[in-house]
Structure formats: structure tokens, C-alpha cells
Design a protein around this ligand. Structure first.
Ligand SMILES: NC(=O)c1ccc[n+]([C@@H]2O[C@H](COP(=O)([O-])OP(=O)(O)OC[C@H]3O[C@@H](n4cnc5c(N)ncnc54)[C@H](OP(=O)(O)O)[C@@H]3O)[C@@H](O)[C@H]2O)c1
Length: 307
């Protein structure tokens, strides 16, 4: 496993991270298996774990805390998110200073940590980034509860606003073969000294037609997520099926190699619930993307942007 600095935070992170989210954090996914995956990730050198207070109805964060219990927190960069919570099965938003502080304190308990290495605002609007909120973030750092602050958003305008803020150390964007248009944004973030995390680096599996691979309830859930919330990615993914035909590496490894070929990206945060997939993803660290494949990905990106 290779490691990269996370902007100017002083944190070094594994270039393949573990996304403690989606099916992994659901009670329907056996805890023992979820924990086994985290332990295998640790054994494979993963030091960056990303979760959120509202992920999986609030179940993912405490589950990650249980999975990491007994491990040396000083060796790990555990990230969580604040600003959203689950109520009545729906995600609600609250970026008020009081809610952010309460969320950070709850996350510390859930994760069994004394300091949160990275607390990210989970999808704020530009209007949520008020002086009152920024002052609260400064005080969380000053109290020693949070080491670094991040903003996770798929809205370029919000990320640009975050890049301009001294309080923000890290941004997490959706970056993958389908989202090559994020590159100028990522370059601006890196130029401003921000650490950059790539969320959804496998485009949620849509380059391999994830929605048509139904072998278990989790696959049904992935398919429903794609069809209900990510139709655009499902459609765009069809143009990238060639990724999975390369002789040198698997399609997922090619997708990760593409993301990690961007030197401004510190970590590709991948979600998986299958041990075989995890092994494949960990083995992607250090793989060079073959030039012919890179050119084909660029060509597909160009066609996509003109379409
Ligand atoms: N999705 C979002 O809206 C979102 C938003 C904010 C932040 N994030 C962050 O980004 C992380 C990753 O996002 P994500 O999990 O939605 O997307 P992703 O990592 O791009 O893709 C995950 C999907 O790919 C499959 N997969 C993983 N490894 C594979 C392999 N080697 N071969 C084939 N399929 C593979 C997984 O299924 P299996 O379980 O079968 O492996 C799952 O369906 C999250 O954990 C979170 O930390 C995501």
C-alpha cells in the first residue's frame, strides 16, 4: 500500500481508503462480516476510513467504532461527517453550530476516539457556510476535538466556496472516470493546499453494469440505488464497459488507477462488502494505468462531455 499526504493536514493516508457506508453499514449486513472487512483492510495497509453520522440510518459510524476497537488510533485517519441526520428514515440537514458540535461529540463516542482526525461537513449548501459555523469549526479544533475540517459536496460551487475558506483543510468530491470534469476543481483545491479525497471512485460500479448483476439482496439494493438516485451514472457507465476488458488489470483496478493517476488526489475511498473485491481494490495501489487505456478513458470522457 502506498501513502500520500492529505493536503496540509499533516496526516498521511493510504491511497486506497475504506468507505464505511451504504450496504456495509446496514444492520442487514452481518456485523461479523463487516468487521472482518475492516480488519482485512487494516491488514492490507489501509489507514483511511470514511464514514458519516447519518450513514446507514446512523448504524455505520458506531459499527466502524466497534470494528476499530483496540487498534492504535494514532496510526489511523478516521473521518466522519456532520450536518445531516436520519429521522423517520429520511436524511435531514442541520448545519447550525449547536448541531455540528453535538454531532462531533457523538461521533467521538461512537468511534471511541479522543480526537476526530477529520470532520467533514456532509453536503452543505454555500449558504450554510456562515461565519457562525466557521467560528464553531475553529473552536472544535481549538478544543482539540477535531484535527482537520473537510467539506464533502458534489456541487462544484460549494467546493469552490470551501476552497476559499481558511477553516477548510480537505474537500471530498465525486471523482471517477465518469466525472473527469471535476479535474479543474481538484486542481484548484490542491493549489490552495487542500487535501482532496475521491468519493465514489468506482462510479458505484456502474461501468460494469452493476444494476444487472443481481445475486443477493445487497445487489438489489445497489440496483435500486442506481435506478432511483443515479440514473445518469447508470447511463454514462455504459460507455466505459471497455475498462473491464483490459488484460493487465481488472476494470475496478483500472478505475482506481485512473483516479490515483491524479497527483492531487490523496485517497480513493472505495465502498465494498465483498472480501474478493477488497483484495482487488487494495492491489490497485501502485498500479500504473496503461497508456492505451488512459487515452480511451479520455476519449470516452470527451464524447460524454459533448453529448
Ligand atoms: N455514494 C455517495 O453518494 C457518497 C457520498 C459521499 C461520500 N461517499 C463516500 O465514497 C465512498 C465510496 O462510495 P460508494 O461506495 O457509493 O461508491 P464506489 O466506491 O464508487 O462503489 C461501490 C460499489 O462498487 C462495488 N465494488 C467495490 N469494489 C469492487 C470491485 N473490486 N469489483 C467490482 N465491484 C466493486 C461495490 O459492491 P460490493 O459491495 O459488491 O463490492 C459497490 O456496489 C463511500 O463509502 C463514502 O465514504 C459516497
Amino acid at each position: 500500500m502506498l501513502y500520500r499526504p492529505l493536503g496540509a493536514t499533516g496526516l498521511s493516508v493510504s491511497e486506497i481508503g475504506f468507505g464505511a457506508a451504504s450496504w456495509w453499514g446496514k444492520p442487514r449486513f452481518a456485523e461479523a462480516e463487516a468487521v472482518r472487512l475492516v480488519h482485512a483492510a487494516l491488514d492490507g495497509g489501509v489507514t483511511f476510513f470514511d464514514t458519516g453520522s447519518s450513514y446507514c440510518g446512523g448504524h455505520a459510524e458506531p459499527r466502524l467504532g466497534r470494528a476499530l476497537r483496540g487498534r492504535d488510533a494514532a496510526q489511523l485517519a478516521v473521518a466522519t461527517k456532520a450536518g445531516t441526520f436520519t429521522q423517520g428514515g429520511r436524511i435531514r440537514r442541520d448545519f447550525s453550530p449547536g448541531a455540528i458540535v453535538a454531532s462531533a461529540e457523538r461521533s467521538l463516542r461512537n468511534l471511541g476516539l479522543e480526537v476526530l482526525p477529520l470532520l467533514q461537513l456532509h453536503g452543505p449548501g454555500a449558504d450554510d457556510l456562515t461565519e457562525a459555523l466557521l467560528s464553531t469549526l475553529r473552536s472544535l479544533k481549538a478544543r482539540g476535538l477535531v484535527r482537520a475540517i473537510g467539506v464533502n459536496s458534489f456541487d462544484p460551487a460549494v467546493i469552490d466556496r470551501a476552497i476559499a475558506l481558511a477553516e477548510v483543510d480537505v474537500v471530498m468530491v465525486d471523482y471517477n472516470v465518469l466525472r473527469q470534469d471535476r479535474e479543474p476543481l481538484i486542481a484548484r483545491a490542491a493549489a490552495a493546499g487542500k487535501g482532496v479525497l475521491a468519493g465514489m471512485p468506482l462510479a458505484m460500479g456502474h461501468t460494469r453494469l452493476q444494476i444487472a448483476r443481481i445475486g443477493s439482496p445487497r445487489d438489489l439494493w445497489y440496483a435500486a440505488r442506481g435506478l432511483v438516485r443515479h440514473r445518469r451514472e447508470v447511463h454514462e457507465g455504459l460507455s466505459y464497459r471497455f475498462l473491464h476488458q483490459a488484460p493487465e488489470m481488472t476494470g475496478s483496478q483500472a478505475a482506481l488507477a485512473f483516479v490515483l493517476a491524479n497527483p492531487s488526489v490523496a485517497c480513493a475511498v472505495v465502498g465494498t462488502t465483498r472480501m474478493g473485491h477488497l483484495a482487488e481494490n487494495l492491489a490497485a495501489s501502485g498500479l500504473a494505468l496503461p497508456e492505451a487505456l488512459r487515452l480511451r478513458i479520455r476519449a470516452a470522457g470527451l464524447t460524454q462531455s459533448q453529448g
